[in-house]
Design a protein around this ligand. Sequence first.
Ligand SMILES: Nc1ncnc2c1ncn2[C@@H]1O[C@H](COP(=O)(O)OP(=O)(O)OP(=O)(O)O)[C@@H](O)[C@H]1O
Length: 817
Amino acid sequence: MDKSIIVCVLILQGSSRSLNVPVREVLSDKRQEEIPFIIESMLGKVVEEFEHRMASQNELMKTIPREQALSSADKTLSKSACEDIEMEAKDASLEKEECIQMHKDEEGSKGQFWKQHMLVEQQQRDIQDLKHILHNTKAGMQFLQVKYQEEFDNLGKHLHSLAYAASGYQRVLEENRKLYNQVQDLRGNIRVYCRVRPFLAEQPNRLSTVEHIDEGNITIITPAKYCKEGHKSFTFNKLFGPSATQDEVFADTRPLIRSVLDGYNVCIFAYGQTGSGKTFTMTGPRELTEESQGVNYRALHDLFLLSEQRKDTFFYEISVQMLEIYNEQVRDLLAIDEIRNSSQNGINVPEANIISVSSTSDVLYLMNLGQKNRAVGATAMNDRSSRSHSCLTVHVQGKDLTSGTILRGCMHLVDLAGSERVDKSEATGDRLKEAQHINKSLSALGDVIASLAQKNSHVPYRNSKLTQLLQDSLGGQAKTLMFVHISPEVEATGETISTLKFAERVSTVELGAARANKDSADAKELKDQIASLKAALVRKEGEREHLHHSRSSSPERFKMKSAGSSPSHPRWRSLKDLSGGRRQPMDDVGNIEAQNSALKLKRRSLDPQDMLMHSSSWPSAESTPDPNGKEDDKESVSSDWVDKIMVNKHDNIISREENLVECWDVDSSQLSEMFGQSYLPDPSKIYTENQLTKLNGNKKDSQDYDLQRSNRYEMATTDDSDDQLEAATSDSSEPDMLWQLNPPKATNIPNGLGGPQTRKTHPKPARSSETRSLIPSLIPSPSLSRKAPNGVSQLIQPSYRPVRQAVLGQGKKRTTK
Ligand SMILES: Nc1ncnc2c1ncn2[C@@H]1O[C@H](COP(=O)(O)OP(=O)(O)OP(=O)(O)O)[C@@H](O)[C@H]1O
């Protein structure tokens, strides 16, 4: 092939690498002047060839795909090219592959794009789906909202009807309570259950005096000296034979427990000769098991149970006290420090603790403590537990969670001292004294019950510490249950008959319907206001009266008064009232009448004017003497009432007189038998150092006590002043029932306010010269003490009254004797 053509091809292929060699070969043997022409011709050929190829290439592009065209072009070239340019052809094919690869890469990126595109599309579809779901959900929500609204409305309607039903339920509960207690009332507010003790294991002779027992009757085989027929029957509300269990006995007591929670006062006491089973019934045997637990434990257990059951409607607070009355002295069995300090000749009770309890175990703990304390006393004086009365008092305050009404109930559980007659000729010394005190208090109990039975206007609660203590639970306001116990032994027949006679008389007592102690929240507030107004009034009256008496009293009396108000007296401490400072069923035994009367009056009317009118004309023994002369005539009341107890009655009266005379001489500190209360929220506190310190502090405080309190203290701390006070305030001890029987006359009210003045302006001159008028006493004036019904007797100003009026009652007793 012509070298110039090769050069042309090489030029056309653009391969500069291999172009130099053929160009030099072509031009090497040529002359210089020929070279331009040769190059010109070569370039011409190149151009020609180029054009030719372009033309054929264009043709090829038109008919075949590009690759084929290229390959055919290549084939054409390879055919037409020489072996040397095959390498170039390979390069070209390499380039082509590269090109293909590039194309493929392009395709790859295109694929990725597509994938992304697909993904985006998918996501858009998902979004659409989600939007759809959201829409549906929104629609569902709206539907549910509508439904919910409907349901809500329905619920509101239901709630409304439920609230209505609940208030109806409250009404029904209230009604139920009333009906329940009406049933109790119909059954009698004094009930007597009789229990016969079984023979004890160690008793060989098993001959029983009990001939027959049925539901309400007991027949006793009696020797001829008691009854000619040889047997005698007695009727009681319930009878329990020797085999009756503690549970059976309590079953018939249970309804009363419920009444306490309904705001009623309840008194359950065990009566009978020593060893007849009183303690067994009230507490249980020495080795106590759950089955053998007595009424006390069971009653408190029931109280907790019922209060728990009522917790949705009522909030209850329960607290207890344990007291012992021995030889007419009251001792706090829950004050351990005082036991330690008790003096040889008596028992001081500077504070009677009232302890909050919330469970049966608290009660067990306290009862054990009380029993222990009682035992401590027993070591000093032989068999003392038989010779003393023990009283477990349970205070209950319930708040109606719906209405705010406060219910206050109080229950006395009393284990009386043995009731057997003590033959005077056999008993001497301490034993005789004990017997006399027991007789006196049981006699007083009989008198009170008899007085209630006869519906007397005056009930002689003040004749003993026992009756003072139980006053709020013995009377028209309360429900009373007496467990009378008899021993089956033949030797005890005399006592058995005497006991059963006593009990039968008690069982004939009919009282008015008991009333719940109930204060609505508003009423409480009003009463507070009234009480403070009346307190102001009383203070004024007291001051005036004090002035009057200061002027008229003799130097001797003045001397006595000064002695009575000596700062050496312990301070009178009043119980922190569980119910907010007003009702204090056991605030102090010595003043219980005055205080309770105050409360009773409060309950009568909420109208201040009414209250003032009532208080101003508070009836009294003095101003409204009993037309039958029964007012203070205990003997006439009890003459056919307490046969055996009367044995020592005369002695009692004599000893009382002796006491009165002694009262002249004794140091004021000897008059310090005191009965106040303090409230401890936690049983554990009674043992703490703090408590002891507090008690000591109280004693220290007592050095600066105020005068009116010392007067009250005096009233309460001597038997004599008790009696005197009874005479002076006799009417204030009446239950509401009696008040209704003797309505106050508005015409007696000077200025519509001051009852005391009414009484003052009508003294009984005929009685003023009684023999005991010289007996010192610091009792407040009758007019002031009659202020007690308005709830402010505690606020009486110092008033050194001679005992003139107080002594009248005594004088009267003596006269009638
Ligand atoms: N129902 C009874 N079942 C079994 N034992 C009884 C029953 N009643 C009394 N006892 C037992 O008789 C004894 C005397 O009873 P309890 O001490 O209760 O008499 P009391 O009347 O309280 O005597 P006191 O006046 O001395 O306190 C005790 O051992 C007591 O366990």
